[in-house]
Design a protein. Structure first.
Length: 478
């Protein structure tokens, strides 16, 4: 009797387990349906149809809430749209049925997005969530190390970077960053770390450049610190630069390069007054060059002192002479436009026009003269740009937009619509195309199609700033 009871008990347990397992395993038909929906959503996503894609991804999550693919699609859409808080909320609140490993992956994806926009505290919060789930996540571990380097916590970063947990791209980046940290105290150790791996083609240039600097280190500690600091600043880790340069500050009175890079690092970490002191010291030591004055101008911008900022930008442009860079002219003009100093922007533009004839300078001229309401000059620069042999696709799109905008401003709606066709042929997902087309159709009285175009402008806007204008335009239909 006991044997019979035990036998029945075993059978009962097996049957129960079978039922549980069957309940936890989705049928092949349901999985196939899920995969079809996600594939459709992916195609919509690739076609910039974000609203429809979002709907399909959500449908897939309801069908099988334990699979990651649809949630990843939703998170990617919110990230593309700059809605990082929504992306984080999706992972925190809507993924309860995902495995810990899959949820960790999504946290690291959102963490990387926050890191890219310099929201380091939020990035660290996401990475911590990713690594607190009891699963291995090397992407999140590397992310935490990078945040620590941004926060002047090199020791905490080193503890992570020294682990033998990384692979492929995370390995190459982790070893390079570990070498950066080690170079603060021991160049030979830093070289050995780089020699431990053979980087991919993508990483080989950075490896070679840093290896060459490490191997050039000699007895001149001021020179060594300055060369290393230049790398750290350019790679976005200014605290590593201040760690090297600050202890040597008293010996830098006649070493302008060291003071300049220390000033740049202090600017990047937000110590503006200290940055100015170091940069002024660099000038006093003989660093009379465009880069120093440009950096001082950037400090004054951060201090909201436009008068001083323009003074030092002017000096940067002047010292640049015929070698004044495109980036300096563009940066200065953008700042002046942002602060409604259009006449001053035109003065800087004229300096740039002495040395450059490329389309980018024409585009700046178009923008400035449009703001100055000089339509004739705007049309001149549009026509001039379109006649140039060397013009990129991106530049063409900009010029076509302005050409259409001019026609619209002159109430030549048919011409504006025709010119916009050229823009659409280059980029059918261009939000500016749909915004201006919506305005043209509105003026023509085609309200249904006008509304549809404004909605598409919002759909395709990925941070260009079009959505706000389109939403205001849509308010007319309420």
């Amino acid at each position: 009797m006991k044997k019979l009871f035990k036998g029945m008990l075993v059978i009962l347990v097996l049957v129960t387990c079978s039922i549980i397992l069957t309940g936890c395993t989705e049928s092949p038909e349901k999985v196939a349906q899920y995969e079809n929906i996600v594939e459709e959503a992916d195609l919509l996503y690739d076609g910039y149809s974000y609203t429809e894609a979002l709907g399909r991804y959500e449908e897939a999550t309801k069908l099988i809430p334990s699979k990651i693919e649809a949630y990843r699609g939703i998170v990617n859409i919110f990230i593309d749209k700059g809605r990082l808080e929504d992306a984080a909320s999706i992972v925190t609140d809507s993924t309860q049925k995902l495995s810990q490993a899959d949820k960790s992956i999504l946290y690291s994806v959102v963490g990387n997005a926050y890191f890219e926009v310099n929201s380091y505290e939020k990035a660290l919060e996401m990475y911590d969530s990713a690594t607190a789930l009891g699963v291995s996540n090397v992407v999140a571990e590397l992310g935490k190390a990078k945040v620590y380097l941004k926060q002047n916590k090199a020791t905490d970063a080193e503890k992570i970077l020294s682990k033998n947990i990384f692979e492929e791209d995370t390995l190459y980046e982790a070893k390079l960053l570990y070498s950066y940290v080690k170079s603060l105290t021991d160049a030979e150790d830093a070289v050995e770390i780089l020699d431990e791996v053979t980087p991919s083609e993508e990483w080989s240039t950075k490896y070679s450049e840093f290896s060459n600097i490490l191997e050039s280190i000699d007895a001149d500690d001021l020179y060594n610190a300055t060369k290393l600091s230049q790398v750290f600043i350019n790679e976005g880790y200014p605290y590593l630069a201040t760690t090297l340069l600050s202890p040597l500050e008293e010996r830098m009175a006649e070493y302008p390069d060291g003071l300049y890079f220390l000033g740049r690092a202090l600017l990047d970490i937000g110590s503006y007054d200290s940055a100015l002191t170091k940069l002024e010291g660099a000038v006093s030591a003989g660093a009379l060059n465009s880069d120093v004055f440009r950096t001082m101008a950037r400090v004054y911008v951060q201090k909201d002192d436009m008068e001083s900022a323009t003074e030092y930008y002017d000096r940067a442009v002047s010292y640049g002479g015929e070698n004044v860079s495109e980036s300096l002219i563009t940066e200065y003009v953008e700042l002046l436009i942002e602060n409604n100093l259009f006449t001053k922007a035109q003065e800087v533009l004229k300096i740039g026009q002495q040395y450059y004839e490329e389309v980018w300078i024409d585009i700046l001229a178009i923008r400035i003269n449009y703001l100055l309401e000089d339509t004739e000059k705007v049309q001149y620069y549009v026509d001039q740009a379109l006649e140039k042999e060397v013009i990129t696709t991106s530049e063409k799109k900009t010029i076509y937009y302005w050409d259409a905008q001019l026609a619209f401003d002159e109430a030549d709606l048919d011409s504006a619509e025709e010119k916009l066709t050229s823009l659409r042929e280059l980029d059918r997902f261009n939000p500016y195309y749909y915004l201006l087309t919506g305005e043209v159709l509105y003026q023509k009285g085609d309200f249904d199609n006008s509304k549809e175009n404004f909605e598409l402008a919002i759909e395709y806007d990925l941070g260009e700033g079009v959505a706000e204008d389109a939403e205001k335009a849509l308010a007319r239909f309420d």
